[in-house]
Unconditional design. Structure first.
Length: 224
């Protein structure tokens, strides 16, 4: 079932990219393992179809990697949930990339943690494109100053943007939010051919790909 789901999702990603005149190989799939059991995650990794997985919480990722043992080293690990500054040191140890940097305070905490091991880490800036009060993310008008601040850090590499559209049963309603984030991405990362625009989840990833996403984060559609 999981292998079938992965193949269907990959087909839908390719079809969406082709509809938009984009290179399908430019879109990567991050499987979110938040609600999966260890056997399901091992099946995803064993498929060879996924190079990266995402977790929302630092402690959950730590426990997940311990459960998986050697399997954990076969994929890259991305933090896609909000990062508290007091968890920055542990996050720097566990993850290969942080996709949810949303303030200079978080970036500074990560920089201090990474400096201790002289480790460099790619990060994405989470921008708030969702009006929900509990949604994390830097305000769009704060993005320029945040990126400028991160430029001064030796161990952080800002690679692009991440955003979460409002939850809806109608994926098309996410389109203007994705368009807004893509515009911010183009304004700030047009100089970076390898820049990453992470937007799109299980219910809206096809619209996100049509609007320029280079990385989709999918969990429930893989494991349902």
């Amino acid at each position: 079932m999981i292998l079938d789901n992965l193949n269907k999702i990959r087909y839908r990603i390719r079809a969406a990219a082709q509809r938009a005149g984009r290179d399908p190989d430019r879109v990567s799939l991050v499987v979110v393992t938040k609600y999966a059991n260890p056997e399901q995650v091992r099946e995803v990794i064993a498929s060879g179809l996924v190079q990266e997985v995402g977790e929302n919480r630092v402690q959950a990722a730590q426990a997940r990697k311990l459960e998986l043992g050697d399997w954990a080293g076969r994929v890259g690990w991305r933090l896609i949930g909000h990062l508290q500054t007091n968890k920055a040191k542990k996050a720097a140890e566990i993850f290969d990339a942080i996709d949810s940097v949303d303030s200079l305070r978080v970036a500074e905490a990560l920089e201090r943690a990474l400096a201790q091991s002289d480790k460099r880490m790619p990060v994405l800036i989470q921008v708030k494109i969702n009006e929900r009060e509990t949604q994390s993310g830097a305000a769009p008008e704060e993005l320029t100053s945040l990126l400028k601040g991160i430029e001064a850090f030796e161990h952080l590499q800002a690679r692009g943007l991440m955003g979460i559209a409002p939850a809806t049963d109608a994926p098309e309603q996410a389109r203007p939010h994705f368009q807004r984030l893509r515009k911010l991405f183009e304004q700030n990362f047009s100089h970076m051919p390898e820049g990453q625009l992470s937007m799109g989840m299980s219910t809206d990833f096809e619209v996100a790909v049509e609007e320029g996403s280079t990385m989709v984060r999918i969990g429930s559609a893989v494991f349902s």
